[in-house]
Ligand binder design. Structure first.
Ligand code: URA
Length: 296
């Protein structure tokens, strides 16, 4: 078992390096305090001071090592990292607020006071495993296709699928945004005029599985994400959430293998890095998911 909360140690095998300057909105968001949009509104509302002086420009550059930044007269403190697994039901949007007032996944997070971003997205009609976190680098690892994290979906196709159609999915099909990577596809069962398959992809393009099925002349009737890496939705009831364990977080990071980014930490490395360490964070390639999400 990891000591402490465990999360502090999971990603810590990088040597401490100086924190580069950031704009105010980005710094606040990077510290897990809110989205960049929220941060910009807080700055605009004169709630943020830099070295004792109110700054109303969210694009103001600060050096986190040198400048004293306060929100509501309190120094910025990094939020504890949090990782949730939600079993998203169909009919909920993966967005923070819907202008039309439709239900969103955040309506299901009663009692969660931390600001969490979704790790990628599921379509309105897709159900199943959705992760939420305030750890932007973790989110980046799981959503950026360069990290090849496998995501598995159970699909109810509208037609009976032939072996040839499944082979086409396996080989990769051409979508309007380019060819897909090879996928793992398992025929689960045929039922009268429909086929159920399990498909595992390592990209997360917008409506990718639905478009892949259309590319083989069928379409999706039902789509459920059942697994990310080795993490299963299991028996978690629809609409419910639970915290991930440190080991689950660690395994997800280990499932990410980058073709260009840093190598994931190994279990033994992480175990050796004990309390007091700061989580991921100082990866300047990690984008703020709340603003620049990769669609799943
Ligand atoms: N692929 C889709 O088509 N939709 C989703 O929600 C997820 C993956």
């Amino acid at each position: 078992m990891l000591s402490g909360t465990g999360f502090e140690t999971v990603f810590r095998d990088m040597k401490a390096k100086p924190t580069p300057p950031k704009t105010l909105d980005r710094l606040i968001s990077k510290m897990g305090l809110g989205s960049r949009t929220e941060a910009r509104s807080w700055v605009g509302a004169s709630r943020v001071k830099v070295n004792g002086k109110v700054i109303q420009n969210p694009d103001f550059w600060v050096n986190p090592e040198r400048d004293k930044v306060e929100l509501d007269n309190r120094p910025l403190e990094k939020k504890k990292y949090r990782y949730l697994l939600l079993n998203k039901p169909a009919g909920y949007l993966t967005t923070y607020k819907d202008p039309e007032g439709r239900p969103t996944v955040y309506d299901l997070l009663k009692g969660v006071t931390d600001f969490l971003s979704t790790v990628g997205r599921l379509d309105l009609d897709t159900s199943g495993l959705l992760l939420l976190t305030n750890d932007t680098q973790f989110g980046e690892r799981l959503t950026n296709p360069d990290y090849h994290v496998p995501k598995t979906y159970l699909v109810k196709a509208a037609t009976l699928l032939t072996d040839d159609q499944l082979d086409r999915l396996r080989a990769g099909v051409t979508l309007d945004d380019g060819p897909t990577r090879p996928a793992e596809v398992v025929r689960v069962r045929d039922a009268a005029t429909k086929t159920f398959i399990e498909i595992t992809i390592t990209e997360g393009r917008n409506r990718q599985v639905r478009r892949m099925l259309e590319a083989i002349d069928s379409f999706v009737l039902k789509l459920v994400r059942v697994r990310i890496g080795g993490l299963e939705i299991g028996g978690l009831p629809p609409g419910s959430w639970r915290n991930l364990t440190p080991a689950e977080v660690q395994n997800l990071v280990a499932a990410s293998r980058s073709t260009k980014g840093p190598k994931p930490r190994t279990h033994s490395t992480s175990k050796a890095l004990v309390a007091g360490a700061t989580p991921i964070e100082e990866d300047e390639d990690a984008d703020d998911l709340s603003e620049e999400e990769t669609d799943e």
